[in-house]
Design a protein around this ligand. Structure first.
Ligand SMILES: Cc1cc2nc3c(=O)[nH]c(=O)nc-3n(C[C@H](O)[C@H](O)[C@H](O)COP(=O)(O)OP(=O)(O)OC[C@H]3O[C@@H](n4cnc5c(N)ncnc54)[C@H](O)[C@@H]3O)c2cc1C
Length: 368
């Protein structure tokens, strides 16, 4: 016997910060019911952790408090050293934020608290579930076929569909919204355990001929070191292999010293897409993209997590308005995104152009 069709007002694909925040906003401020589909079991290593203090206003809007998060979920990032454009150190706070305080988060704890709270407040959450097919019906609602390794195949009918699938913008691509990728940046990194507690709270940035290195001390005496470059450069130089990655790290002038008195927490590097992309959903009804699926920023900007939550909160208002009053204002949301995206691109280009030491490097030439 085939499974009955489940119904929901809003179906959110992706249980990261944007998906969980959209669910929380809808549950807090509207009468809509919400379902979240997440392909993982929520145990995947989460990366990206540097945020400005404005994150606390956003979690306040979600009706959460800093103290609701587990102890040590946020530590202040006091010192930030940058070797960019020259070998002289410049000490700054986050590159694009004007707030004085910035924080390093424990991403696993942060993401988990958001999704756990969404479940407690009534969201239906399906982990380890894959979206197999999307169909839009004549009344503009959506029929989404899903697959779970144990439960098997089932279908959800939703009034509204939300792409919160992250940088891949999986749903946008499947349902015919435009999604433009502007570069092929990737991050290849490793977590370390710190022996030397004096290193805590530091963040370091160092540009090199093939890209740039980033390190940050994280809560719980951990440190992350990531190398960012384009996919083809990483692949040609085998920088996704630990030995080659370590060799390149040893060629840095400053970053290499950070691993003294540390222990690598894995013998395998993690690899993530970090490209800039933007989606445009104006050709579709009852559909919106949020977080990285709407716009994904270069991690140099430290804008991703804040934007993923704020875009989700705004989108939730438009969705609730459409479901409860019938009129769509998604164009306003999309135009706002385009405007902010243009500003981001100008600032990003200016920042990359400060580095002029390697005029023949393919990585830097692509960013002139
Ligand atoms: C290396 C790196 C460093 C970064 N550093 C920072 C930083 O310091 N500060 C900052 O603010 N931002 C940073 N970012 C960006 C930040 O991580 C993202 O902006 C943020 O995670 C976006 O949240 P999201 O919910 O939109 O997407 P994600 O966090 O990517 O979540 C998407 C979720 O959707 C799920 N999913 C995907 N496809 C499907 C599907 N078809 N079906 C079901 N589920 C699906 C995924 O499993 C995932 O759980 C960094 C990113 C990278 C790659």
């Amino acid at each position: 016997m085939s499974n009955p069709i489940k119904h929901t007002d809003v179906l959110i694909v992706g249980g990261g910060p944007s998906g969980a925040s959209a669910a929380l906003s809808l549950l807090n401020y509207s009468k809509c019911d919400v379902t979240i589909i997440e392909q993982s079991d929520f145990n995947k290593t989460r990366v990206g952790e540097h945020v400005s203090a404005s994150i606390f206003n956003l979690i306040d809007y979600l009706k959460l408090n800093k103290n609701d998060f587990e102890k040590d979920s946020f530590i202040p990032a006091y010192a930030s050293k940058s070797y960019w454009g020259s070998d002289n150190v410049s000490t700054t706070n986050s590159i694009f934020t004007t707030e004085e305080a910035t924080f390093q988060m424990d991403r696993e704890k942060f993401d988990f608290k958001l999704i756990e709270t969404a479940a407690e407040r009534g969201a239906d959450i399906y982990p380890r579930t894959k979206c197999l097919d999307y169909k839009q019906l004549e009344d503009k609602s959506w029929l989404v076929s899903l697959g779970h390794p144990i439960e098997g195949k089932f279908t959800i009918k939703a009034n509204y569909l939300v792409d919160a699938s992250g940088r891949s913008a999986n749903v946008c691509r499947k349902v015919g919204a435009s999604s433009q990728k502007h570069d092929a940046l990737m991050g290849v990194g490793l977590f370390f355990e710190l022996d030397d507690k004096s290193k805590k709270f530091e963040q370091t940035l160092e540009s090199v001929e093939q890209g740039w290195w980033y390190s940050a001390c994280l809560p719980n005496n951990k440190m992350v070191i990531t190398f960012f470059s384009d996919a083809d450069i990483i692949s040609e130089n085998k920088l996704n292999k630990l030995e080659k990655w370590k060799d390149l790290l040893q060629e840095t002038n400053h970053m290499k010293y950070l691993i003294d008195n540390t222990k690598a927490l894995s013998d395998k590097l993690w690899i993530r897409n970090a490209h800039t992309q933007i989606s445009d959903v104006r050709n579709l009804e009852n559909f919106i993209a949020i977080g990285d699926a709407a716009v994904s920023f270069d991690p140099i900007s430290s804008m991703g997590i804040g934007f993923s939550i704020s875009s989700a909160c705004f989108a939730a208002k438009y969705i609730a308005h459409k479901i409860e009053n019938g009129s769509s204002t998604v164009a306003i949301y999309q135009e706002d995104i385009l405007k902010n995206y243009k500003q981001y691109q100008t600032i990003k280009a200016k920042y990359y152009q400060e580095e002029k030491r390697w005029p023949n490097s393919v990585f830097w030439q692509r960013r002139i």
